[in-house]
Design a protein around this ligand. Structure first.
Ligand SMILES: *Cc1c(COP(=O)(O)O)cnc(C)c1O
Length: 360
């Protein structure tokens, strides 16, 4: 027997979303599959995109999972090497490394590299997280050029405001990237920038876009839904009604009794909770689909269960399937109600939720 709380992953929709990124991108497209493929399964994501131009992951450990699974496509490590040993691993396993700090090149000097390592130099264009300042880039580029075992592939940056929330910050970032005469083509676009083609002026057919969230069918843009953007839903999170009962007007439901029935009501208990990654901050009223009916969460989310008001829907009974988000309930709607983003909802799904592949 398998617990009915499962995440169904539609891999043909994942491929559709990658193709949409390819259509929008100026050049090649590396699929970002860090953090276990945004919770969808890192190796499964890579296998689903067997002909992707490449993949991007956060760290060498994630890249090695791909190599151990026999994935041979280019793999970019977005945080680069943490120490000399990771430089060696990158060289052995043909991993491409981001260099975002001068000290990483000092660590490289302590490693004996068997094979050349492909480098992406990361420039800070105003996000002020990883990356060297444009003024600092020249000396690092010279350092990289002088090292026979390092091969510069791209100069990259990551926008803090690619969703156009702060247009001034974004134009400053684009200016930073335009201000220099870089020796190689640029890689600047995440999902938001890919969909809006906002860096079209500085990208060429040699550029590489790095979309993540759009591949998983969530919109990175505040004013357009995933469906409006032509993205298809990849994950449907489902569970089952495991109990139903009646409560009388004035009775409370759940921990802390934070929901009180205004009238005599019927309650369903569904086998999912924050122990599965369903967000505990989901407020009363958060929707879910049961038998084609949009029902509301009531009471607090528990570790293994939630409670739902099904008073309006006589046909709902034990054993019925519940969709928490997916084809019928937009994950971005749930994220907004929980004051978070779909990225976090996907990433916090726990291993207790079995991922089940769906094709077609
Ligand atoms: C995570 C990440 C991306 C992908 O961002 P999305 O918003 O998911 O498209 C691209 N580039 C870098 C450097 C990242 O860290």
């Amino acid at each position: 027997m398998t617990r009915p709380t499962q995440a169904f992953i539609n891999w043909s929709h994942f491929r559709h979303n990658y193709q949409l990124a390819k259509q929008k991108a100026a050049g090649r497209v590396y699929a970002v599959i860090k953090a276990n493929g945004y919770g969808h399964g890192i190796v499964a994501c890579a296998r689903a995109l067997g002909d992707a131009d490449g993949f991007a992951v956060a760290c060498v450990d994630e890249a090695l999972l791909l190599r151990e699974a026999g994935i041979k496509r280019p793999v970019l490590v977005l945080q680069g090497a943490y120490d000399a040993n990771e430089w060696q691993l990158a060289s052995t396993h043909d991993l491409q490394l981001v260099v975002h700090h001068a000290q990483q090149l000092e660590q490289r000097a302590q490693a004996l590299l068997e094979n050349p390592v492909a480098i992406w130099l990361k420039v800070n264009s105003g996000m002020n997280r990883l990356g060297v300042r444009a003024e600092e880039a020249e000396s690092l580029l010279a350092h990289i050029a002088a090292d026979e075992q390092l091969q510069l592939q791209h100069v990259m940056t990551h926008f803090a405001d690619a969703d156009l929330a702060q247009p001034e910050a974004l134009s400053a970032a684009l200016e930073t990237m335009q201000s220099c005469d870089w020796p190689v083509s640029l890689s600047v676009s995440n999902s938001a920038a890919t969909l809006t083609q906002l860096a079209a002026d500085i990208e060429t057919s040699d550029s590489v876009s790095r979309p993540g969230i759009m591949l998983y069918g969530s919109s990175p843009l505040a004013n357009q839904s995933a469906a409006e953007l032509g993205l298809k839903t990849v994950m449907s999170l489902r569970s089952q009604v495991i109990h139903t009962h009646d409560v009388k007007a004035g009775e409370k439901v759940g921990y802390g009794g934070n929901w009180t029935a205004e009238k005599d009501s019927r309650i369903a208990v569904v086998a999912i909770g924050y122990g599965d990654g369903y967000p505990r901050q989901a407020p009363c009223g958060t929707p879910m689909m049961i038998n084609g009916h949009r029902c509301s969460l009531v009471g607090r989310v528990s570790m293994d269960m939630i409670t739902v008001d099904i008073s309006e829907f006589d046909d709902i009974q034990m054993g019925d399937t519940v969709e928490l988000w997916g084809e019928q309930i937009d994950v971005d709607e749930i994220a907004a109600l929980c004051h978070t983003i779909a990225y976090e909802l996907f990433c916090q799904l726990t291993p207790r939720v079995k991922r089940v592949a769906v094709e077609g």
